[in-house]
Design a protein around this ligand. Structure first.
Ligand code: CAA
Ligand code: FAD
Length: 378
């Protein structure tokens, strides 16, 4: 077994690490406070090749694999989980097109994203259906050679600013998952509107929106896969894209550890640095144990994707384990900082607000345990 990264992978990791330090960390607190998407970071990520990097070469992209994507993700999330979510959600929006689209569709929808800074989005969740994704209410009705979409999608990252959104809809509300369809909707489609969701707890630099579809028409040629394939395309997508959430969680936990080590060496109590107390040392050790095991798990899941092997079980374990681990790490980082950890002067307060979302989106950690246990019991 060889854990060595290739030269290319180490270069990619360094590129993302430098990008996080130079472009993300200096603006993270500001955009968190403003609750605004830092578009200039998206532009710079595009310039250096870190945006939509999974787009395959035949569609004009770099065609990075899942291990590569996750190496990048860990570094970017170290800088800011919210800003990383902007880029991660765009890769999520691209993935159904890779999973269910023809080569012609991949070229038609993805090549434009390689030509200028642009984002994609993935619209599955609805106001009344998040975990129960197959129970969707958004409808798609065929009218000649066009699909007509009506309904509301909720909590959509990059929603509204994305050039393309993959929308999942039902063709028959009684038909369950077998009546679902995946449709690519361009940003400027008439009848498509959006509202920004404000006052999020964390990850406030990422844009989250409600999407409204009022008789939105898209050509049948924008349908991914066959009629009834929508739900399975969504599930296959999430089996892959939960791994970058795991990688981002490891990056955030690493930041929590680094901030804690630094503070523990500086802060004195009872006449000596708090790093000399075993209670503090053990918190740092626990964080390091979680980071190292979490990284092994996400890398295994990512490697399975790149090998074309089944990966849904490992992906769910990586997502749930790493985000729970990162939540604990951020929580303990605040404890290490004492009262100062509880205010915005130090970055650890933001880490805890940001990481909470990692336990909720891309399927809650309860749903990951549903996926894991179904794999065990089938
Ligand atoms: N791959 C392929 N097919 C799959 C599959 C998978 N991973 N999982 C299920 N299927 C198939 C099943 O085989 C079944 O097909 P057949 O009927 O032909 O046998 C069909 O899909 C239905 O499967 P289930 O009965 O298991 O479906 P379910 O209704 O019980 O739901 C679930 C299963 C795992 C709970 C699923 O609904 C789920 O993952 N829910 C969570 C939704 C989610 O993760 N949302 C994330 C939104 S994106 C986001 O959050 C992004 C962001 O923040 C940036
Ligand atoms: P519910 O499904 O109502 O769940 C409520 C609680 O019940 C949770 O604790 C859940 O785990 C639990 N629960 C539900 N069913 C079960 C069960 N069977 N077993 C055990 N426990 C269960 N969605 C998108 O489609 N695209 C996006 O880009 C996107 N971005 C997001 C960004 C943000 C900031 C947020 C907050 C959400 C985003 N989501 C997105 C939605 C996210 O995926 C859902 O919030 C999530 O899947 C949970 O759905 P829900 O909120 O409806 O909760």
């Amino acid at each position: 077994m060889d854990f060595t990264l290739s030269d290319e992978q180490r270069q990619l990791q360094q590129l993302a690490r430098d990008f996080a330090r130079k472009e993300i960390m200096p603006v993270a607190a500001e955009y968190d406070q403003k609750e605004e998407l830092p578009w200039q970071v998206v532009e710079k990520a595009f310039e250096v090749g870190l945006l939509n990097a999974a787009i395959p070469e035949h569609a004009g992209g770099l065609g990075l694999g899942m291990v590569d994507e996750c190496l990048i993700g860990e570094e970017l999330a170290y800088g800011c989980m919210g800003i990383y979510t902007i880029l991660m959600a765009s890769e999520l929006g691209i993935t159904p097109i890779l999973v269910g689209g023809t080569e012609e569709q991949q070229k038609r929808f993805l090549t434009p994203l390689t030509e200028k800074p642009s984002l994609a989005a993935f619209a599955l969740s609805e106001p009344n259906n998040g975990s129960d994704a197959a129970g969707m209410h958004t409808t798609a009705v065929l009218d000649g050679d066009e699909w007509v979409i009506n309904g509301t999608k909720m909590w959509i990252s990059n929603g509204g600013v994305a050039e393309i959104t993959v929308v999942f809809a039902t063709t028959d509300k009684q038909g369950g998952h077998k009546a679902t369809v995946a449709l690519v909707v361009p940003k400027d489609a008439p009848g498509f509107s959006w509202n920004k969701i404000k006052h999020k707890m964390g990850q406030r630099a990422s844009l989250t929106s409600e999407l409204v579809f009022e008789n939105v028409r898209v050509p049948r040629a924008n349908q991914l896969g066959g009629l009834g394939d929508g739900f399975k395309i969504a599930m296959k997508t999430l089996d892959k894209t939960r791994i970058p959430v795991a990688a981002g969680s490891v990056g955030l936990a690493r930041r929590a550890l680094d901030e804690s080590v630094k503070y523990a060496k500086e802060r004195e109590a009872f006449g000596k640095p708090i790093s000399t107390f075993q209670a503090i040392q053990f918190k740092l050790a626990e964080m390091a144990m979680g980071i190292e095991t979490g990284r092994l798990m996400y890398q295994k899941a990512a490697w399975l994707v790149d090998q074309g092997q089944p990966h849904g079980f490992e992906s769910a374990i990586a997502k749930a384990y790493c985000s729970d681990m990162a939540f604990d790490a951020a929580n303990e980082a605040i404890q290490v900082h004492g009262g100062y950890g509880y205010v915005g002067e130090y970055p650890v307060e933001k880490l805890l607000r940001d990481v909470k979302l990692n336990q909720i989106y891309e399927g809650t950690n309860e749903i990951q345990r549903v996926v894991i246990s179904r794999n065990l019991l089938k």
